[in-house]
Design a protein around this ligand. Structure first.
Ligand SMILES: Cc1ncc(COP(=O)(O)O)c(C=O)c1O
Length: 424
């Protein structure tokens, strides 16, 4: 079917809130390139929003999934467990830097992992409240929606939100929130709203994803660790977007040396197969009763086979070194654009988790969200899939496969440069 025919089906049959605004339908893809239903080629700087750190259809993952399809596709792991689930748990237990010996539960999506992390934290502490951060993003289920530090479009049509969710400022120096102010805000939220002895967990992303690719300073993360320890609160680190090599380490929290109690992960864990995980200290993970966690599809055999193959690719194909090198290369280009264009500012990267902002000018730093959407729109017309994000909608973020070929990368960067040239 052509793009036009598929768009007609979308218009007629797909719910408004779920329908993609994009009009090109993916037909097939390889590493960092996608071809649409009409045969047009796109360079993919979005990676399905950070899901494809090792590229579309990595051959080792495709082979592992195909082999699994010939064995067993589903039993429901609570009805009859299988090797893949426990082997993924074993691998993650050794890979994820939580305190002490780690245990694991698998789920299907990032939001589901966060929901379970909160359930587990409540069971382990006997407390209800959680503190989250401005600009944070955790998903679209009811509790994760309440935890998001941004109302539109996630919460707008769906209130009221569940209570017991309180919010603190996230440190973003460039936009006037210093680390000290963020800490003061957190202490205030604890004191005036959540209550230290009623708070089960403080939940945050070590680098804001949807919120704008702002990394939290290591000192801030360490102070949160101390506050949690002082009050018996659990520290939950959400690595759904920053995990699996994006920042040049397996998990972004490793840059700080902080060991959380619980971590959540999903994107890029299985190269596009739906799976997520909650990994935490064993005593915490074991707090809830038998059959209290899980679901029909959680940790499906095919997704587990893909996740095991992904972890093997990380072990054998220097993905972390490639992430660091890709980030350095991106930053070099962004810095040139920053020097050349008044509207390109605040270049930043942690490994390949790289971004810049579009602003009215470098003095006022006023966010220019219109320019960010114009750049993404024009790039798409030129055959490049590019994403914006951020509390102010003005961050251009980069989530291309870490495995992108040099010539494809350069071609994509050239498209951005020519779009900037004509827009600013
Ligand atoms: C940090 C973070 N947490 C949670 C989620 C929710 O993941 P999912 O869309 O798989 O439910 C996302 C998705 O973008 C995310 O970036």
């Amino acid at each position: 079917m052509s793009n036009a025919e598929l768009n007609e089906l979308k218009r007629k049959y797909v719910a408004n809130g779920a329908a993609s605004p994009a009009t090109a339908f993916a037909d097939h893809a390889e590493n960092a390139e996608v071809w649409d239903a009409d045969g047009n080629r796109f360079i993919d700087f979005a990676g399905g929003i950070g899901v494809l750190n090792i590229g579309h259809r990595h051959p080792k993952v495709v082979a592992a999934v195909k082999a699994q399809l010939d064995k067993v596709m589903h039993t429901c792991q609570t009805v009859m467990p299988y090797e893949g689930y426990v082997r993924v748990a074993e691998k993650l237990s050794h890979l994820v830097p939580v305190r002490g010996h780690a245990k694991v539960m698998l789920a299907n999506s990032g939001a589901e992992a966060l929901e379970n992390a909160v359930k587990i934290a409540r069971a382990a502490t006997g407390r209800a409240n959680v503190i989250c951060f401005d600009g944070g993003y955790h998903g679209r289920t009811f509790f994760t929606m309440a935890m998001n530090g941004k109302v539109a479009p996630y919460q707008t049509d769906f209130g009221p939100m569940p209570g017991t969710v309180f919010r603190a400022p996230y440190p973003v120096d460039y936009h006037g929130v210093s680390e000290d102010e963020a800490l003061r805000g957190l202490m205030m939220a604890l004191k005036t709203d959540a209550g230290p002895s009623n708070t089960a967990a403080i939940i945050l992303e070590p680098v804001l994803g949807e919120g704008g690719f702002y990394p939290a300073p290591a000192s801030f993360l360490k102070k949160i660790r101390d506050i949690c320890d002082e009050h018996g609160i659990l520290m939950i680190i959400d690595e759904v977007q920053s995990g699996f090599g994006r920042t040049g380490k397996m998990f972004a929290i490793e840059h700080s040396g902080v060991e959380p109690d619980i971590m959540t992960m999903a994107k890029s864990m299985a190269d596009g197969m739906p799976i997520s995980a909650v990994v935490g200290t064993d005593t915490i993970m074991d707090a809830s009763g038998p059959n209290s966690l899980g679901g029909t599809y959680t940790g499906s055999p095919t997704a587990c086979a893909a996740a095991l193959a992904v972890m093997e690719v990380f072990e054998k194909e220097n993905v972390l070194e490639k992430s660091q090198a890709l980030g350095d290369k991106l930053a070099k280009h962004f810095n040139q654009w920053q020097a050349r264009y008044e509207s390109v500012a605040n270049v930043r990267h942690m490994g390949a988790m790289a971004a810049f902002e579009l602003v009215a000018d470098k003095t006022t730093r006023a966010p220019n969200a219109e320019l960010a959407s114009a750049l993404c729109k024009k790039a798409r017309e030129e055959g490049l899939i590019l994403l914006s994000c951020g509390m102010y909608g003005n961050t251009i973020r980069f989530l291309m496969p870490i495995t992108i070929e040099d010539d494809v990368l350069n071609e994509g960067l050239d498209i951005i440069e020519s779009c900037l040239e004509s827009l600013v």
